[in-house]
Design a protein around this ligand. Structure first.
Ligand code: SAM
Length: 274
């Protein structure tokens, strides 16, 4: 009989944020597959768990998947953990889960912490519908494309972001989406936990004024407000965005995108109407 694969969510900061079941499964598993064995050893030490560990990360996922599936098929029960939060959520594990399912190995996910849902819950942004986008692309052009494609999404947008890129990301949000309610959830469940709320430009200004920008961050962006009807004159549509705080060129860009027109056409039309 095959073993079982358990996906075990671990704390995103505060070591108390782990379920009784997660601790029991880590104790009972034959092997713990870790994104970083040194990182997980702190958690295992805290809960006095002594178990063999093996690394499973983005650089050895392919070979390790084969090895771990063979062990599962031979009857080994494996618990998969990542450095923090829920495995597979912007973290390794997808290949292993696919391979295990294909080989008929039972896969169980143990619910627990994830920065995205933790941040969403206390953000104060609508929770009825949300879009989790993982990490935003690093390249400015690709990042703008991703954000622009989500401009009409009637959902709270959630992204993970690195502290050294947060200012750029906030600038990109302001330029692609205009002045929305934005929240940066920083260092969740840790000593310096904080929620920064405002428009992207306001939060950017607040962060830029600090001596250093550190810590783990989750970026949340409020829903698009209902756009004006499509027959609203272009001048009025652009003006309404400018009144809402969007820069003139960004307002032209947004109206052009919504109407399926080029920026030049909108711009020329505005000049013509004067
Ligand atoms: N699998 C994890 C989860 O379920 O939350 C996410 C792993 S991803 C590699 C790490 C990113 O999650 C960080 O760069 C940050 O954007 C976000 N994150 C993790 N811990 C956080 C925390 N305590 N506070 C805010 N964001 C956090």
């Amino acid at each position: 009989m095959s073993g079982q694969l358990y996906l075990v969510a671990t704390p995103i900061g505060n070591l108390e944020d782990i379920t009784y079941r997660a601790v029991r499964i880590l104790r009972e598993a034959d092997l713990i597959a870790c994104e970083d064995t040194r990182q997980t050893s702190k958690l295992l030490h805290h809960y006095d768990i002594q178990k063999p560990t093996i690394s499973y990360h983005e650089h050895n996922e392919t070979e390790r998947t084969e090895e771990l599936v063979s062990r599962l098929l031979a009857g080994t029960t494996i618990a998969l953990v990542t450095d923090a939060g829920t495995p597979l959520v912007s973290d390794p594990g997808y290949r292993l889960v696919r391979a295990a399912i294909e080989c008929g190995v039972p896969v169980y996910a143990l619910p627990g912490p994830s920065a995205a849902l933790t941040a969403l819950a206390a953000s104060g942004l609508p929770t009825d519908s949300f879009h989790f986008g993982g990490f935003l692309p690093v390249k400015p052009g690709q990042r703008a494309k991703v954000l622009e494609a989500l401009a009409e999404e009637h959902a709270t947008l959630i992204f993970y972001e690195a502290p050294h890129r947060i200012l750029e990301a906030l600038e990109a949000v302001e330029s692609a989406l205009g002045p929305r309610n934005v929240v940066v959830a920083r260092e969740l469940t840790k000593l310096h936990e904080e929620y920064l709320r405002g428009t992207a430009a306001e939060i950017r200004e607040q962060l830029a004024a600090r001596d250093s920008i550190k810590g783990e961050m989750t970026l949340l962006i409020g829903k698009a407000t209902a756009p004006l009807p499509d027959d609203t004159p272009l001048e009025e549509a652009v003006q309404s965005l400018i009144t809402g705080g969007v820069a003139r060129m960004d307002a032209i860009k947004q109206v052009a995108r919504r109407r399926g027109l080029s920026k030049r056409v909108v711009y020329d039309q505005l000049l013509h109407d004067r």
